[in-house]
Design a protein around this ligand. Structure first.
Ligand SMILES: [Zn+2]
Length: 313
C-alpha cells in the first residue's frame, strides 16, 4: 500500500443528518462503507415543527416576505411545505446519542439547541447535550428562525460550548424548498456577517461554518469571501465542504482559501442524506479527484483537521 492509499483509508465526514424518515444508522453505515468513510459526525437539529402555528408574528413576517418575492405564489402552500420540512428534519439529541452509543467507532454526535426558545429551555437542552456526552453543537438560523446579532441565548450557548470545548457548527446560506426564497428574513440572516460580533467576543470557541460560507441572494452568489474575511481576524473559524464540494474545483476559490485561513481549516462534509442527486461516495470522489488541491491539502480536508478538532487518536 502506498502513502496515498493509506491516507485515503481515513476519511471523516463532518456533516451528516440522521433524519429518521430518510435514513437509519444501518443505511448510513452502508453508505459510509461504500464511500470508504471511516467516521461521521451526526447532527441533531432542534427544530420546532409547530412554530409557524404558535408564533403568529413570525408567520405574518414570512407571508409578507413570500409576497414581496412574488404576488403569484401561494404563501400558505409554502408555509405548509415549511412545516413539513421542520417536522421531518427535527432530530433530537437523544436520537443522535442513541446511534453513537450503538456504533461508537463510526459516529461522533453533535447536539442541537434552538436559540429561539426561552432561556430556561436553552439551559435544559444544554444540560442534555452534556449529559448525553455529545461532542459539539449545531445551530441553524434558517430553520430555527433566530437572528444571530440579536439573540440573547447565544451568549449562554457559546459560554457553555467554550467550557466544554465543544465546536459549534453553524449553517450558513439558504436551505432547500421555501428557504430558497431570498426575501425571507431567516435566509438573509444566513449571511456570515451576522456572526461577526459574537465570534469576536468568544474567540476561543471553535466555529465551523457549513457549506464553505453558503449561498446568498442570487443564483451564484457565494458568501465564501465574507467568511474568509472573518477568518482573517478570527483564527478559530473552520469551514466544511458539505453540499458544495465542486467549489474547490474553482481555482480562485482554492487560491483565496490558501491565502486566508488555509486548508488547515477546511473539513470534509457531505450533508448526507439531504442533498438530492448526490451521495457521500460522490462527494468524496469529487474531492479525491480534484486536480487543483495538493495531496497534503486533501489529507488535511479528509481527516487530519477533523482529528484535531474532535481529538480523535
Ligand atoms: Zn446540513
Amino acid at each position: 500500500m502506498n502513502l496515498v492509499e493509506s491516507f485515503r483509508q481515513e476519511v471523516i465526514d463532518t456533516h451528516v443528518h440522521p433524519i429518521q424518515s430518510l435514513t437509519s444508522a444501518e443505511s448510513l453505515i452502508k453508505e459510509m462503507d461504500r464511500a470508504k468513510v471511516t467516521k461521521a459526525v451526526l447532527l441533531a437539529l432542534d427544530l420546532d415543527p409547530n412554530v409557524l402555528d404558535t408564533n403568529l408574528t413570525l408567520r405574518d413576517e414570512i407571508v409578507y416576505d413570500f409576497l414581496s418575492y412574488s404576488l403569484f405564489i401561494d404563501p400558505y402552500q409554502l408555509l405548509d411545505a415549511m412545516k413539513t420540512i421542520l417536522r421531518v428534519g427535527n432530530t433530537s439529541n437523544a436520537q443522535v446519542a442513541d446511534i453513537v452509543q450503538q456504533y461508537p467507532n463510526r459516529f461522533i454526535g453533535f447536539g442541537s439547541v434552538n436559540p429561539s426558545k426561552d432561556s430556561k429551555y436553552v439551559k435544559v437542552k444544554l444540560e442534555e447535550i452534556s449529559d448525553l456526552d455529545l461532542k459539539g453543537i449545531k445551530l441553524i438560523p434558517t430553520l430555527q428562525f433566530f437572528n444571530p446579532r440579536k439573540n440573547k441565548n447565544l451568549k449562554t450557548i457559546f459560554k457553555f460550548a467554550n467550557n466544554l470545548s465543544l465546536p459549534i457548527l453553524i449553517h450558513l446560506g439558504k436551505d432547500p424548498g421555501p428557504w430558497e426564497i431570498h426575501t425571507l428574513q431567516c435566509v438573509k440572516r444566513g449571511h456570515p456577517k451576522f456572526w461577526a460580533k459574537i465570534i469576536k467576543k468568544f474567540s476561543k470557541n471553535k466555529i465551523i461554518f457549513a457549506h464553505l460560507g453558503g449561498y446568498g441572494n442570487t443564483e451564484d452568489e457565494s458568501w465564501l469571501n465574507e467568511v474568509l474575511e472573518l477568518s482573517k481576524k478570527n483564527t478559530n473559524i473552520y469551514l466544511d465542504t458539505s453540499a458544495v464540494p465542486y467549489d474547490l474545483e474553482i481555482p480562485s476559490v482554492v487560491k483565496s482559501i490558501r491565502e486566508t485561513c488555509g486548508f488547515e481549516k477546511v473539513l470534509f462534509g457531505t450533508d448526507t442524506p439531504v442533498v438530492m442527486g448526490t451521495s457521500m461516495e460522490h462527494s468524496r470522489y469529487v474531492i479525491e479527484n480534484n486536480s487543483i488541491l495538493t495531496e497534503d491539502e486533501k489529507r488535511l480536508i479528509f481527516s487530519e483537521n477533523a482529528k484535531k478538532i474532535f481529538q480523535i487518536e
